[in-house]
Write a protein that binds this ligand. Sequence first.
Ligand SMILES: NC(=O)c1ccc[n+]([C@@H]2O[C@H](COP(=O)([O-])OP(=O)(O)OC[C@H]3O[C@@H](n4cnc5c(N)ncnc54)[C@H](OP(=O)(O)O)[C@@H]3O)[C@@H](O)[C@H]2O)c1
Length: 290
Amino acid sequence: MTPTGRAVLVSGASKGIGRACALELDRRGFRVFAGTRNPDDGTTLSAASGGRIVPVPLDVTRESDVAAAGRLVTEATGGAGLWGLVNNAGAVYAGPLEHLPVDALRAQFEVNVFGAVALTQACLPALRAARGRIVNVSSVNGRIVSPFSGAYAASKFALEAVSDALRRELARVRAGIKVVVIQPGAVATPIWETSRDRAIALAERLPPEARDHYPRLMEALRKTRTPPQAVPAGRVAVVVRRALTTRWPRTRYRVGWDARAGVLIAWLLPDALVDLLLVGRLGRKGHAAR
Ligand SMILES: NC(=O)c1ccc[n+]([C@@H]2O[C@H](COP(=O)([O-])OP(=O)(O)OC[C@H]3O[C@@H](n4cnc5c(N)ncnc54)[C@H](OP(=O)(O)O)[C@@H]3O)[C@@H](O)[C@H]2O)c1
């Protein structure tokens, strides 16, 4: 399938996987609309593409931004419609579920789940016109859950369910829209640093007994860093591009050996064994897969 001139909207394109996707898709001939929260990031990204990438102000948790982005791509693409929507914007709120403030859990879902669903709804008229594709960036944590990643993993499990529902609903009405899930393992992006800083800030808000309940928590959170097996963001971008161009895309693509191993472990092993494998993981290595 030739990308030439086909329009794609990527959310969370200011850095990391989203930025790599926007640049990869632009290089391959797509007409890229790049959603960023900070307009300066959009301008910088557009400049990096020689002005071809169209910046779109987009905080996926703001209804007005989402509606405006939907309108913009619908009007800009006209009858041709939107070929691809890459729901990539994401964040991590880490910490023990026992004490994690419920507002943090809500914020986690606002970005990773509700934001993705809202943007999909806003773009569906244009996606229908093109009989296009929705690519949802999930995670190996959409299949397997590490300690202190409960909120994040719950949001990615929800994104997986949303993707299955959309795929089946759209197939039922023969809308011609394919829904693809990407499950990366660890990827070298700023998310590790951002999530560590957010987790430390959250941990400081926890009640004093949290430190007794989880004595090595702060130490473990402080040790969060990009794991050695992390692949470059460009590896994920190539898989996203493939999902948008191959004639018959798979429903799920895993990126990295740790993603393949994680999914296989969750699928094959009984919970009791997975518990044994994962219970000490954060404390020993100081990080968990995103
Ligand atoms: N890196 C990994 O190891 C890994 C592994 C598996 C899955 N993933 C998933 O891959 C996706 C991208 O992650 P990444 O590693 O590239 O992270 P990143 O480098 O931290 O980039 C996250 C992007 O999402 C944007 N974003 C955050 N909240 C947003 C909001 N409310 N509205 C719109 N955009 C928002 C950020 O914008 P700002 O710059 O404005 O903050 C940034 O552009 C996420 O869905 C993540 O869960 C990552």
